[in-house]
Design a protein around this ligand. Sequence first.
Ligand SMILES: *Cc1c(COP(=O)(O)O)cnc(C)c1O
Length: 337
Amino acid sequence: MSTPPTFASSFLAGGPTHYARASNPTWVDLETALADLEGGGEAVIFGSGMGAISAAAGIAPLGGKVVAPPVAYAGTLGLLQLWDREGRISLATGEMADPADLVWVELPTNPTLEIVDLAAAAAAAHAVGALAIVDATFATPLGIRALDHGADVVVHSVTKYLSGHSDLLLGAAITRSPELATRLRVTRTLGGAIPGPMEAWLALRGLRTFPLRFERACANAAILAARLAEHPAISRVRHLSLPTDPGHELAARQLDMFGAIISIEFVEGLAAAEELCSRVTLWRHVTSLGGVESNLERRRRWSDESLDTPADLVRLSVGIEDVQDLWADLERALAGS
Ligand SMILES: *Cc1c(COP(=O)(O)O)cnc(C)c1O
């Protein structure tokens, strides 16, 4: 039933595993489960989402052209910008550069919730000889099986929904290409930034309830987004479930679930955003997302957040609590008490 975590650095010669920097039975259990969730392929887990992202983006050849969205997870853009400054890659944000070596997609983008047609983006990348790599942390494999839409590699911050309890960092890259899987494994083994067996075991345990947690969080998010859209203090709500959302039509076609992240902006701007963050009590004002508990954050409080993200944008990560409790806390905090 539950396989215990394997705490060992070395294994007897002659078995499938020899040294725990290359593999560990607990990793294999998690990798098998993650590959199953993506509908087949090989999963390679890393010590964090960024570990998976740097290994996947590192597939770009030296001097290669990488295309990325103008707003995306700050860590990903930060890494690509660093590599660009160092001359390792040449980074183009926004429009598809022709030709390119690697196209980075985030589905949807953190924190602005922009969405692209993945099959079209992957086809356009392949047409110019580029690999399409998708960070589907927000959509999760329940929202989209990115490899079925033509992605060459899909990466997840397992830290978020897949493990789901805000108690560990872990990442994964999944691919159906044996060559790319080998490349990712070699990067992990030689780079040495490996996940611990305890984290892998906790993630596996969290994964058991992932569909229940994610379904509840998505349902809560859709209810809250609809109410926020009616609230006089809120100037803009982004949630892919809203029929008025610019991404709704595409999301309805492409995704099986609309996700549990909402982003909001305020009639009174920055001050109102900061007040909301300081007044909530059930919601927590912390970074990160995808846990069972609801939290929110004004993303531009971080100096590395893209300046294209509005200064008053607050990202809400909706958890699995009672939705009336969540709404009552938001409503009270928005009313200024
Ligand atoms: C959090 C996050 C990451 C980074 O994952 P870590 O596990 O914190 O390293 C990457 N992409 C997205 C979309 C994220 O939300």
